[in-house]
Each structure stands twice: as structure tokens, then as C-alpha cells.
Design a protein around this ligand. Structure first.
Ligand code: SF4
Length: 941
């Protein structure tokens, strides 16, 4: 079963008992080792999936692990339901543990996780709570910030830092006004989060730590559960994560951490190398096994050598696990250099040289796709990088640079914003009031947007007429309500001005950039609705609504700078990726061109905030202060250099004499040691073999309810929603159904946990919390009649329940199919007599109309449960809330299952092959957000 492993990898896979430290150098087969180790635990050691905790750094890496482990299990005919395993990023696993123990949390079910932007706006909109705190003025006297936005950012940074160190200040005794402010701010912030049932990433960690520390029973249970813990990228973990990992693995101590201290690059986010460097010392003498994976399967010998040379240039004084990486035998002899340099006396010759080099690779067919070459920079936002990008694009070399942070400078976004400004005549005095707003930089941005629209709209008479008409209508005094911003945006899509940004038929990912950006804009609008909790614009709130939208929300987002769409699964083919060093972590490319060779280690000046951190013990003082800039710089460039497979190019403008030496003294020796790209003696293109770009082997998850039904309804709508992620308007017709489902789910979970039916008070508690959550998430207030209906439905349903029969609720099952992972979530599984019953709950009455669709869903569920668990006597039911006899048995035969799997495969095949034709436009389109677009295209389709 364990094939193709080298000696160290084999040892890493089979050393399962006790603590293990695996130092895995670049390209050393770390993912493969983790996959084999997990499969070994499941198959050879018969460990149950729920006893394994496996975390990695990104969602993408987690998906890859799941896909590869599933494939491996399938190859070996092992039916193991991986959804029971705790696998994902640390945040996602921590969140799952909180959700499973929600009764011991201060938050309640279905809390929403705020991303960075939402978290900042959350604080910004609640700043008045912080202003009231006694130390507020003192705090900002010592840490000057220009405005409320900056102050919000500062508060956020401090709250995150406190969480990252697992520091709760509630019991701290101090006279220091800044610390007093932070102590109160921490409490105020937590209360605000709880009140709104929202949580941010750093609070997820703090919340879990609190649950573990305060609930011995839960800790004991989890200690028993997590028999095998594996943490990937351990060098980039922070203090609180380490605390939690050690608490969870306390009993069995089968903690295996994997990483490479040479690639520790997240100190600025609170990560500390202490975790990996001190890991063995956390256990009694010699208990921790130390394994080094030092064979590099990725890179050519020259590249491996350069990385070894670079990292050993520093004196690490014990702050590094000494290791030398070795190349594999088949890569040891290359007839030409694999590390070269491309320079240029000035910016223009440097750009030209790079262009010529890439063109040569392409015209000589050394590369067949531009995505085989990646440029890596310290930052992609600096002018020089933007100029290089422009230079390539003007010469028809597409560039993919999602983190350039110029989202608001893109034409499609400028035109959308301008159209919204024109649509509302109110913006004349809310936004374009020169006296009030001209000192605000965004005022000029909006003027710029309008000027651009003016130029474009000349060519689109229809749009011009329409928007002038709307503007007139919206100026009328008797108008009571206005459509929401998303609806207005979707109505723009009927016009040529916007249609040209929707690249729906193009298969080249980089050509879909504009469409992706518009989808991101709908997300921005969606978040604005949840932030303001206003889904309906009325004549009463319109001024506040628009003023806040343009003068605060969009303004701040523009200053914060939004990333363009980033395809997390795969970089688009046909374009050269321009990436930051951090973004390239964990990736590899056939040709890597490393720029930013201007860096030098910058000594850090101690600030008031550093002093404050020292007082609170929040500084990572593990490595000497003066050494940190050196260590960080060396690790960062080591990570960048080691991404290259076949060719590493060092590039820099060459300025040997000026004030600013380029490349810097740090990099000059390395740069000039590499042969120049035109040095034909040492670098001969004909000998160069460049590998193709590796295709991602991450499989998509497909389920009947969220993929197949939508695709079968309308493939085009599927493309908008699932492929581009356009945010829809909420369909209020289905909100009662969601409410009903959530209550039923919660009742089941209660019964499973407590083995009894909840009493009246408990039920009230459940309903109240869900009403509150629904309000936060969907801005809906349920009428009394709907709440009464829910109570009646629950009371009726409870008559049918026997707690001992209930096995699982909201139970996820996967099945690995060719090309995708089939996913099903069961509302309820119960065991009655000798049968296993799968029950799906529907709000409303029995409907013959939908029964065929429900039957298909149940057929797939039967397939999943048979496939994964091999259970005998499976019965399938639908439960209709409004029926007197609510249980309807739906008989599923083997033939039904076979037919349904065939249908599923056919549909999956179409959607995985990007086949998204629209359905005929009919009355079912009336509620669809894309109706304006489709209606206007009727003649074209
Ligand atoms: S309007 Fe109709 S055809 Fe267009 S995406 Fe929506 S459902 Fe499909």
C-alpha cells in the first residue's frame, strides 16, 4: 500500500505513536507523506476517521489533501467517510469544534464569520462604543491615528494580537491607561460580536481556547477523540494555536508537526518560529522523533545548490535546524545552467530584456503556455511592477496579478460606480458637494468615474436614455421606495456597456477577469446590505444610505484596496502569474523569475506599541531583536527561490554606482555568480527542458441540491452563481423553509447530545436564537404567525420522535467519483426496528409536482449510504411539515439508483466541461436576478 516512498518519508509515515517533528525541505514530498500517513493510520492501524485531526495552511491545500487521500482509499477499495475526519485549515477545524460544542460557547448556532474587511467595518461602525471608554483618548494620544478609520484599524490590530497570544485582559490589574483601554475594548468588542452573533478569525481561536480551559468535560472528550494530530506548515503557527494543539493532544501525545523553519514567513501575522524550533523540547527527553525530508524532487541541481548556499550564508546561532537539501539523481546532471540572471542598465532595458527572454522561450516552444513562467515579487503593488505588467500586456503577453490592489481602477468597476452615482440624483448634494467634500480624495475619484462614463455612454444610446429616465424618476418627491443596489446593478446588465464585461463563453480564465470583478462588486453590495441591515431603500433612509455607501463604505474599501478575483484552485492558463513571495508559498512553477533584489535587512525601530507589547508580554522575543530582520529576509527569499523547478532567473535593474545600489549588496554576489541569460557558453537554451504546468488534481464537490438542481434549472444561472460567485438577492419565499430546517436540525442535535427530548424552555431558547440569527443574516423579522407555526410544527414532530432511534443529523457523506466528489447532507438518519431510515424534511405540504425531484435526491442519498457504509435495509422518507400524517415513504429501487447516478454523471460532465447554455427565457425567469441580461439577449440566443 505504501509505494514510492524514500527512507525518510517511510519513517515519517509509519512513526505514528508519540510526538514527531518532520522537517520537510522544499519539494521533498511533504503532501505525499501526509497523504500516505493518513491512509496508513486509517487502513493499517484501523484508526477511525473521527480520531484524526489534520490541518494545513490554506483551504486549497486542504482540498488537495482530501482529494488525494480519497483517491488513495478508493484505489485500495476502502470505504471510509472522510467527512468524519477533522481535516481543513486550523481555523475551519477550530470553528467546527466550537459549533459542535456551541452550548458551552458565548456565541450561538450559525454564527457568521467576518472576513478582514467585514471585521474592520464592524469596528468602524461601532466606534462610538470604543470612544466611550475612559482610556480612548490617552490610547490614541500615544498611538496617533489620523481619523476614525485608522483608529478602527489600530483597535482591530490590537484585538487580533491579544487573541493571537491567547491573552484575555479581564483579570489584569493595571494603572496604565492604554492597557486599561485595551482591557475594556476587548470586553466591549466581544459583547458586540456576541450580540450580533458574528465572529472573526482570531476570535475563533480565543473562543475555542476559552471553551477548552473552562469545560473540563469537553476537553476530556476531545482528548479522547483526537488520538492522532497532524499539523502542516507548523513554522507559521502562532502562540494560541500552539496552546490549543497541545491541549487537544494532551492525552495521547500523538502530535505530528510538519514544516520547514527555513520557510517561516508569517511573523508579521503573529506566527513564531519558536513553535517549531522548540517543539521537541516540549516533551520529555528524546520522546520526540525528529525526521528530516531532505531530498528535493522539485528542482534542478543548480537551484537546490543555490538555495543551500543562500540559507547557509547566515550564522543562525541555533535558530535553525541545520539541513542540506539534495537533488534527486535524475536531476543531478543538466547540460546547461538552471540558475541565470537577467539585468538591464535602466528600467527600459531591463523590461526589454525580460520581454525578449520570455518571447524567446515562447517562440522556440520551450514553453507552450505563459503560465509556465511565474514572476515573484516582494510586493506587486509598487510602480515598477505595475509598469512591467503594462509593458507585457501592451506586447500581448497577458499577466495575471490578482493582488495588484487596483480593483477600483478597473474600467468595469469605474463604470459601475459612475452608473450608480448617476442613477441617484441625490448624489449631486451627497457626494458632489464641492464645499463639503472636495477635500476628500474620493470626491475626485468619483469625478473621474463620471468622466469615464461620459466617454463610454456616447456609444450606448439605450443606456443613456434609460439612466436619464431613471434619474428623473428618482428625483420625484412622491417616490417611496427604491430598488436595492444589487437589483439596480443587475438591471444595468441589459445594456451593451455592461454586457461587454460579461465574458461567459470564453474558456480562458484570464479573459474572465472583468466578469469576476463584477461578481466581486455584487459581494461588496451584499456585504453593505448586511452591514447596514437595510435591504429596502426608502425615501426616509435614502440620504443616509447613499451617503454612507459612497462617502464611507466605497471610500474606505478603495483605500483599503480590494483584491481582484484570485482563482484559488488553479492559476489561469495563457497568462504569466505576477505573485508576491507570500502568495507563492506552497506552489511551484517550471520557470521562476525572482525580482525585488533591492532588499536589505532593515533594523526595526522600537515604538511605543512595542513597549506596550512588552508590558503585556505580547512580543515574540524568542529570536534576538537585531537578528530578526536578517532571519526574515533570508527565509523569505529562500521560499521564493525554492519555487523553481527547471529554471530560476534572478532579475534586477543594474545600478552599480548610484545612491541606491541595485541589486543590493545582499543579493549582488548571488546575482553576479549566475550566468547572464545571453552568456551562451554557460546557458544554452537548446538543452533546457521545461516541464508543463502541473494540473490541479483538486476535485470539485457536487451535490444534488446545490449543484445539479440549479444546473438542471438553468446552466447559465449556474455559471453566474457557482462559477463566478455573483451574489443574488435573497429569495424571501424560502426564508421560512430555512427557519424550519434550522429549528429541526437544532432539535435533532439537542436530542443526539442529551439523549432526551428538549423541554418547552429549551425549545423556546432554540427558536429565539434562530430568529436572532436569521435577523442578522437575512435582515428578516418573522411575523408572530410564522413563529407560532414553528412551535406547532415542532410539537407535532416531537410526537413522532424516540430519542434512542436517532443516529445522526446534518450528516455529511462523500463518495469519490471519476472527476468529482459526490456530497450529500442527510437531514436525519434514524434506526427503527431493523431498518435504517433516511429522512428529508420539507416545509409545506406534500406536492406531487416536486416528488420526482425529491425522489432523485433520495436515490442519491441511498447510493451514498450504501456505498460508504454498506448498511442493510435502508428506507427513505420525506417529512412534510404541513401534513397531518407527515411521513411519506419513497421507495427507491436499485434501478432508481443506477438511473440517478447516470443522470448525475451526465450533468456533472456538462458542468465540469463549462457547458453553460441559458434555458429558454420564460416566466420562471421573472424572479431571477439575471433576467434583464437574458431578456436583452433573447434575440442573440
Ligand atoms: S433569467 Fe432565466 S435564462 Fe437567464 S439566467 Fe435566469 S433563469 Fe437562466
Amino acid at each position: 500500500m505504501i509505494d514510492n516512498l524514500n527512507k525518510s518519508q517511510y519513517e515519517a509515515v509509519t512513526s505514528t505513536e508519540g510526538p514527531v517533528l518532520i522537517i520537510a525541505g522544499p519539494g521533498s514530498g511533504k503532501t505525499k507523506t501526509l497523504v500516505e500517513r493518513t491512509v496508513y493510520l486509517l487502513s493499517k492501524k484501523n484508526v477511525k476517521p473521527e480520531n484524526i485531526f489534520l490541518s494545513t495552511f490554506t483551504e486549497k491545500a486542504a482540498s488537495e489533501l482530501i482529494s488525494r487521500i480519497s483517491e488513495k482509499l478508493k484505489e485500495n477499495n476502502l470505504n471510509i467517510n472522510l467527512s468524519e475526519m477533522y481535516i481543513g485549515t486550523l481555523h475551519s477545524i477550530f470553528r467546527r469544534i466550537i459549533e459542535e460544542n456551541i452550548e458551552s460557547s458565548t456565541f450561538y448556532d450559525n454564527f457568521k464569520v467576518l472576513d478582514d474587511t467585514e471585521q474592520l467595518f464592524f469596528i468602524y461602525t461601532k466606534i462610538s462604543y470604543f470612544k466611550k471608554l475612559s482610556g480612548y483618548n490617552d490610547f490614541f494620544k500615544n498611538i496617533p491615528c489620523r481619523n476614525t478609520w485608522e483608529k478602527s484599524k489600530k483597535i482591530l490590530q490590537w484585538l487580533d494580537t491579544l487573541n493571537e497570544y491567547g491573552k484575555n485582559l479581564k483579570d489584569i490589574k493595571t494603572q496604565n491607561p492604554s492597557i486599561l483601554f485595551l482591557k475594556e475594548a476587548q470586553q466591549v468588542y466581544k459583547n458586540l460580536l456576541v450580540d450580533n452573533n458574528v465572529i472573526d478569525f482570531s476570535t475563533i481561536q480565543a473562543e475555542l481556547l476559552e471553551i477548552l480551559v473552562n469545560n473540563k468535560n469537553i476537553l476530556d472528550e476531545l482528548n479522547e477523540k483526537f488520538r492522532y494530530i497532524m499539523i502542516d506548515e507548523y513554522q507559521d503557527t502562532n502562540n494560541i494555536q500552539e496552546k490549543i494543539i497541545f491541549l487537544l493532544g494532551y492525552k495521547y501525545k500523538n502530535i505530528c508537526v510538519v514544516g520547514d523553519d527555513d520557510q517561516a514567513i508569517y511573523r508579521f501575522r503573529g506566527a513564531t518560529t519558536k513553535n517549531i524550533l522548540k517543539f521537541p523540547k516540549r516533551f520529555d527527553d528524546n520522546k520526540c522523533k525528529h525526521i528530516t525530508l531532505d531530498t528535493n524532487y522539485r528542482s534542478q541541481l543548480d537551484i537546490v545548490r543555490l538555495c543551500n548556499t543562500w540559507i547557509s550564508m547566515l550564522h543562525w546561532n541555533g535558530y535553525r535546524y541545520e539541513k542540506t537539501m539534495y537533488s534527486t539523481e535524475n536531476k543531478s546532471i543538466s547540460p546547461t545552467a538552471s540558475v541565470i540572471r537577467i539585468g538591464g542598465e535602466n528600467e527600459s532595458s531591463w523590461k526589454e530584456n525580460l520581454y525578449k527572454f520570455i518571447k524567446t522561450l515562447y517562440t522556440t516552444k520551450k514553453i507552450t503556455d505563459y503560465s509556465q513562467v511565474a514572476f515573484l515579487f516582494k510586493s506587486v503593488q509598487i510602480q515598477q511592477v505595475k509598469e512591467l505588467k503594462k509593458y507585457f500586456e501592451e506586447r500581448q503577453i497577458p499577466v495575471y496579478s490578482p493582488r495588484s490592489k487596483d480593483f477600483f481602477e478597473k474600467e468595469e468597476i469605474i463604470i459601475t460606480i459612475a452608473s450608480l452615482l448617476v442613477y441617484f440624483p441625490q448624489t449631486k448634494y451627497l457626494v458632489f458637494d464641492k464645499v463639503k467634500n472636495r477635500t476628500n480624495e474620493v470626491f475626485f475619484y468619483y469625478q473621474f468615474c463620471l468622466e469615464n462614463l461620459k466617454k463610454i455612454i456616447k456609444k450606448d444610446e439605450k443606456f443613456y436614455q434609460w439612466i436619464v429616465e431613471k434619474r428623473k424618476e428618482n428625483a420625484k418627491e412622491n417616490i417611496e421606495t427604491f430598488p436595492n443596489l444589487k437589483t439596480i446593478f443587475y438591471s444595468f446588465l441589459q445594456f451593451d456597456t455592461f454586457k461587454k464585461y460579461l465574458n461567459l463563453d470564453n474558456n480562458l480564465e484570464h479573459e474572465k477577469r472583468e466578469t469576476h470583478n463584477l461578481a466581486i462588486f455584487t459581494d461588496i453590495l451584499d456585504k453593505y446590505e448586511s452591514l447596514t441591515k437595510i435591504s429596502q431603500i426608502s425615501s426616509e433612509n435614502i440620504n443616509t444610505y447613499l451617503k454612507y455607501f459612497f462617502m464611507n463604505y466605497i471610500r474606505q474599501l478603495r483605500e483599503k484596496r480590494v483584491d481582484e478575483f484570485e482563482n484559488k484552485d488553479n492559476f489561469p492558463t495563457g497568462a504569466i502569474p505576477f505573485l508576491t513571495f507570500h502568495q507563492s508559498k506552497g506552489l511551484e512553477f517550471p520557470v521562476v523569475i525572482v525580482d525585488s533584489l533591492y532588499s536589505i535587512p532593515q533594523p526595526q525601530i522600537k515604538t511605543y506599541e512595542d513597549e506596550l507589547k512588552n508590558l503585556l508580554n505580547l512580543n515574540d522575543n524568542f529570536e534576538p531583536h537585531d537578528k530578526k530582520p536578517y532571519f526574515d529576509l533570508w527565509r523569505l527569499y529562500y521560499t521564493a527561490f525554492s519555487r523553481a523547478q527547471d529554471l530560476l532567473v534572478l532579475t534586477s535593474i543594474e545600478n552599480k554606482n548610484g545612491r541606491k545600489r541595485l541589486p543590493s549588496q545582499t543579493f549582488a554576489p548571488l546575482f553576479y555568480r549566475a550566468p547572464d541569460w545571453q552568456d551562451s557558453k554557460n546557458f544554452e537554451l537548446k538543452y533546457l527542458n521545461i516541464s508543463p504546468t502541473k494540473e490541479s488534481n483538486i476535485k470539485k464537490y457536487l451535490s444534488y441540491s446545490s449543484n445539479i438542481t440549479l444546473y438542471e434549472f438553468c446552466p447559465l444561472k449556474y455559471q453566474f452563481i457557482k462559477e463566478f460567485d455573483f451574489k443574488q438577492n435573497k429569495n424571501t419565499d424560502t426564508l421560512y423553509g430555512i427557519f424550519f430546517h434550522k429549528v429541526i436540525e437544532k432539535i435533532h442535535k439537542y436530542i443526539i447530545k442529551h439523549k432526551e427530548i428538549p423541554n418547552e424552555l429549551k425549545i423556546k431558547n432554540i427558536v429565539d436564537k434562530i430568529v436572532k440569527t436569521m435577523h442578522t443574516t437575512y435582515q428578516i423579522e418573522f411575523e408572530e404567525s410564522s413563529i407560532c407555526k414553528i412551535y406547532n410544527s415542532i410539537n407535532k414532530y416531537l410526537n413522532f420522535i424516540n430519542p434512542s432511534e436517532i443516529l445522526a443529523s446534518e450528516f455529511k457523506v462523500y463518495s469519490i467519483e471519476d472527476g468529482y466528489i459526490l456530497e450529500g447532507i442527510f437531514d436525519l438518519i434514524r434506526k427503527k426496528d431493523n431498518s435504517y431510515e433516511l429522512i428529508d424534511f420539507k416545509s409545506g405540504k406534500y406536492s406531487e409536482y416536486f416528488i420526482q425531484s425529491y425522489k432523485k435526491q433520495l436515490a442519491l442519498y441511498s447510493y451514498l449510504i450504501k456505498n460508504e457504509y454498506n448498511l442493510p435495509n435502508i428506507k427513505t422518507y420525506l417529512y412534510f411539515e404541513e401534513e397531518e400524517n407527515p411521513f411519506f415513504e419513497v421507495k427507491i429501487t436499485e434501478k432508481d439508483i443506477e438511473n440517478e447516478i447516470t443522470n448525475f454523471n451526465l450533468t456533472a460532465d456538462k458542468l465540469l466541461n463549462n457547458n453553460f447554455p441559458p434555458k429558454p427565457f420564460d416566466e420562471k425567469c421573472n424572479k431571477c436576478d439575471f433576467r434583464w441580461f437574458c431578456n436583452s439577449r433573447k434575440g442573440e440566443m
